[in-house]
Design a binder for this molecule. Structure first.
Ligand code: SAM
Length: 261
């Protein structure tokens, strides 16, 4: 993914990380981190989690962030420059479908909002790779958005459904990834499966991926016409100005333990 792929760019991910900090903290709890552990963040993006993971594993631990995008990794390296724990953090180029890691070599492994940017055809392989790299007894943690659960307070319910269905189905490679995590963990025979589903509420229309990026793409693909685009933009910008814009989408955290045998 390039840095200018829709709203998934380093700046957006950093902003989103600030706003989703409590969700991230909860996902770290799912990893059951203790000092000295080796931790992996697959699809680490611009280093929005590796410094926090380093704090939790401490100076005797190790944190490896893996991403396929060299530009994201360069951003991630900038984030940790000068960090007192930078010596235990490594940002490594590699693919989630073929992790550059030995079998059973890490204590816990996470992937946040990775599966939604990949084809559903590879999600089994990604989880298999995470399980392969993690020691028996280690936690696997998956976090993703269920874009099929998104809703926006907009007066024309039919247009709202049309746009949000288009977003989930066509603008995300795997827009329904969030709702699939629970069965994915069962399919990989993980034990002690834990689930948290958290509503993510947005009050800024302009900062939402459901703003210009959505209506421009929907116009290009004849999902909506100019009048409908103007109606969406006009009503939702007005709501933002009046501080009454509301959108909501579910973020799902699922984790499980790699079986001992
Ligand atoms: C939506 S971003 C999420 C980044 C980060 N986990 C976060 O919470 O902000 C998805 C990340 O997955 C990376 N990615 C996409 N395909 C990948 C692949 N096949 N292997 C590894 N990383 C990949 C992208 O470069 C991007 O940094």
């Amino acid at each position: 993914m390039s840095l200018d792929d829709g709203y998934v760019n380093a700046d957006y991910l950093k902003k989103m990380a600030e706003r989703a900090r409590s969700l991230k903290e909860l996902s770290y709890q799912h990893m059951a981190i203790t000092p000295g552990m080796t931790l992996i963040d697959v699809g680490c993006g611009p280093g929005v989690d590796t410094p926090a993971l380093a704090q939790l594993t401490g100076v005797n631990g190790r944190v490896i962030g893996i991403d396929s995008d060299a530009a994201m990794l360069a951003e991630a390296d900038k984030v940790i420059a000068g960090n007192e724990l930078s010596t235990i953090i490594e940002h490594r180029e590699g693919s989630a479908t073929e992790l550059p890691l030995e079998n059973n070599s890490v204590d816990a492994c996470r992937a946040e909002r990775l599966l939604q940017v990949l084809s559903p055809d590879v999600e089994q392989q990604v989880v298999s790779e995470m399980v392969r790299a993690t020691k028996p007894g280690g936690r696997i943690v998956l976090v993703d958005t269920d874009w099929g659960s998104a809703s926006v307070d907009f007066s024309d319910g039919e247009l709202e459904r049309r746009l949000l269905t288009f977003f989930a189905r066509e603008m995300r490679p795997n827009g329904f990834a969030g709702r699939r995590l629970y069965s994915l963990c069962h399919q990989h025979q993980l034990c002690e499966i834990q689930l948290d589903t958290i509503p993510f509420v947005e009050h800024s229309y302009e900062e939402s991926p459901l703003a210009e990026w959505l209506i421009t793409t929907a116009l290009q693909q004849n999902i909506i016409n100019e009048d409908e685009a103007n109606a969406w933009r006009g009503e939702l910008m007005t709501k933002q100005q009046k501080r009454s814009f509301y959108s909501c989408v579910n973020l799902v955290i699922v984790s499980g333990t790699v079986p001992e045998c």
